[in-house]
Design a protein around this ligand. Structure first.
Ligand SMILES: Cc1cc2nc3c(=O)[nH]c(=O)nc-3n(C[C@H](O)[C@H](O)[C@H](O)COP(=O)(O)OP(=O)(O)OC[C@H]3O[C@@H](n4cnc5c(N)ncnc54)[C@H](O)[C@@H]3O)c2cc1C
Length: 397
């Protein structure tokens, strides 16, 4: 392989470039990105950057050493793969790029609400720059979606003195990611921060001056859609690669073509550990899976199988989650959710499948390791926040 193109200049794209060089690839490397900026870090956008407490954070890279052509402001539009041999051509807004190997790292785009009214999303640096000046003290800000991004933006807006309402279709915040039972444990955080939370509300459209609801309306000066993302894989239509919710890859981050890999938010990867495809959409996966994607492109055996991990900073709390709880048969609380710090554990039998830690970083670190080891816990000891989680281990698989 002499010529590799990486589509998407976010975290996963940059990490793929870095890993290809780390792993000895000496051929031609090209990184193509739709945004006009060099790769930067997204998590600070909905936190310190939106709050005006810090500027954007460019991802660290030694560009001279990477010896990679970086084509910014240039979008991949379609992909033509050779029928009779490996390789193909990436067609971009700036012209065709032939390749022997391709890494797809085009991330995801926020879902927008229907309707003619103005709405903001928070995905890119430019989104953040457009929204920040609107968050003025006294402004009526309505955020649609009480997921992680909605909760983080509500935290910032309330901190800037806005009158904030969060509207959620489900019966609890974070219900999509954590399930209603665990998500409901965060409900009180909103009122505490002076944010109105209205669950079970369906938005019909964004209109001038606010939201049209199913059965009502809600005035707003600023509307922010935080209702999730869709993997940016529409441009792969007609390429022959299998796309469902994301570009399908196996544990080696390989698509149905060995010379095409994918990593980060655009990839629907197969977790051998959990026996299912897992949504990406987390920073850690975008950072770590490219090591495997690069190895695969270079013809080496590698598998990504770490338990998912993500964090969120909301309403003054550090919220961390590791593992995968769908399929677990029960949730055990570790501590009282009315206290400042607590955790929830999901178990199948006595095996730890997932952990949610609220201001309990040590539990998270230990829990993450125990999940990776498929450790079995004594549920009574695990429920006692005075017992170190690692000391609640019963029998190991
Ligand atoms: C505001 C915000 C806060 C977050 N906070 C956290 C957090 O606290 N914790 C956590 O674990 N995760 C967090 N995340 C998620 C994490 O940042 C993402 O999972 C990660 O950035 C994904 O990286 P990626 O490289 O796969 O995708 P992206 O970062 O989306 O990069 C993809 C790049 O590809 C470009 N692109 C798209 N289509 C094309 C195309 N056709 N041609 C060329 N380029 C294209 C895009 O413009 C983009 O620059 C947050 C995300 C956001 C948006």
């Amino acid at each position: 392989m002499r010529n590799i193109v990486v589509a998407g200049a976010g975290l996963a794209g940059l990490r793929t470039v870095q890993e290809l060089r780390n792993q000895g690839f000496a051929g031609t490397l090209t990184l193509v990105g739709a945004e006009p900026h060099r790769p930067y870090d997204r998590p600070p956008l909905s936190k310190a950057v939106l709050a005006g407490e810090s500027g954007p954070v460019e991802l660290p890279a030694d560009w001279a050493q990477l010896d990679c052509e970086v084509l910014l402001g240039r979008r991949a539009e379609s992909l033509a793969l050779h029928a009779d041999r490996p390789g193909g051509t990436l067609h971009t807004t700036g012209g065709p790029l032939p390749f022997d190997g391709l890494a797809v790292a085009t991330g995801a785009s926020p879902i927008r609400l229907p309707g003619p009214g103005a709405q903001h999303v928070v995905r890119t640096l430019d989104d953040c720059r457009a929204l920040a000046p609107e968050l003025r003290a006294g402004a009526r800000v309505v955020i649609v979606g009480a997921g992680f991004i909605g909760a983080e933006v509500a935290t910032v807006a309330a901190g800037r003195g806005c009158r904030v309402t969060v509207v959620e279709a489900a019966d609890a915040p974070l219900a999509g990611a954590l399930g209603s039972a665990a998500g409901a444990l965060t409900t009180g955080w909103y009122a505490e921060a002076g944010v109105e939370l209205r669950c079970g509300i369906r938005v019909a459209a964004v209109e001038d001056g606010g939201l049209a609801l199913v059965g009502g309306e809600m005035p707003a000066d600023v509307v922010i859609a935080a209702v999730g993302v869709r993997p940016d894989v529409g441009w792969l239509a007609g390429s022959g690669l299998a796309v469902e919710r994301g570009l399908l890859v196996d544990g080696a981050m390989r698509t149905s073509r060995p010379e095409v890999v994918a990593a980060g938010d655009c990839a629907a990867w197969w977790s051998r550990r959990f026996g299912c495809r897992l949504p990406a959409e987390h920073w850690t996966l975008a950072k770590d899976a490219p090591e495997v994607a690069a190895a695969t492109l270079l013809g080496r055996e590698a598998v990504y199988d770490a338990p998912p991990y993500f964090w969120s900073e909301q309403f003054g709390r550090m919220v961390q989650y590791a593992g995968h709880h769908r399929g677990a048969d029960r949730m055990v609380l570790r501590g009282d959710p009315a206290d400042p710090s607590w955790a929830a554990l999901w178990l199948t039998g006595s095996r730890l499948d997932a952990i949610l830690a609220v201001d309990r970083p040590r539990d998270l670190v230990q829990g993450r390791r125990l999940i990776a080891d498929a450790a079995e816990l004594d549920p009574d000891r695990a429920a006692d926040p005075q017992v170190m989680l690692r000391n609640a281990v019963g029998v190991r698989c």
